[in-house]
Design a protein around this ligand. Sequence first.
Ligand SMILES: [Zn+2]
Length: 173
Amino acid sequence: MGDPDRMPEVTAEDERWMKRALQLAAEAAAIGEVPVGAVVVLDGKEIGAGFNAPISGCDPTAHAEIRAMRDAAARVGNYRLSGATLYVTLEPCTMCVGAIVHARVSRLVYGATEPKAGAIESARRTLEEPHLNWDVVAVGGVLARQCGQVISEFFGRRRADIRRLRNQASGKE
Ligand SMILES: [Zn+2]
């Protein structure tokens, strides 16, 4: 925290939109999906929103970022979202970083890092790969603690549910 190289230009506005993304993450948790939420903002207005829903949607691409960008592109009637900022509670995966570049999103703000699959700074640094033809300004660590907490709580609850079911099945309860 506080490392100027890691957190350039984080504003109160960024925290406000990250809270909105956290609300969307809670919607994912409510239907049993890993809680990740995303919102697309252009000129201070929300133009797209989405939460993670691959299982319920039978859609492997239904990550929060993809759904938020689809929503935004449909609403503005343009597949390019240049000038927009994408807020997401978790560091994006390779697929989502690819889509962010295709959409020409100008700025990416994320919350918690994703050590296993994060494609900005964790598993790989996709935005630094020379073949990409679009520069995205990426800022991580915004409300990182809250964003990470909703995910660890979700998996904690799920582990407890599985234990309870196992115990029931073996007649311990
Ligand atoms: Zn993704």
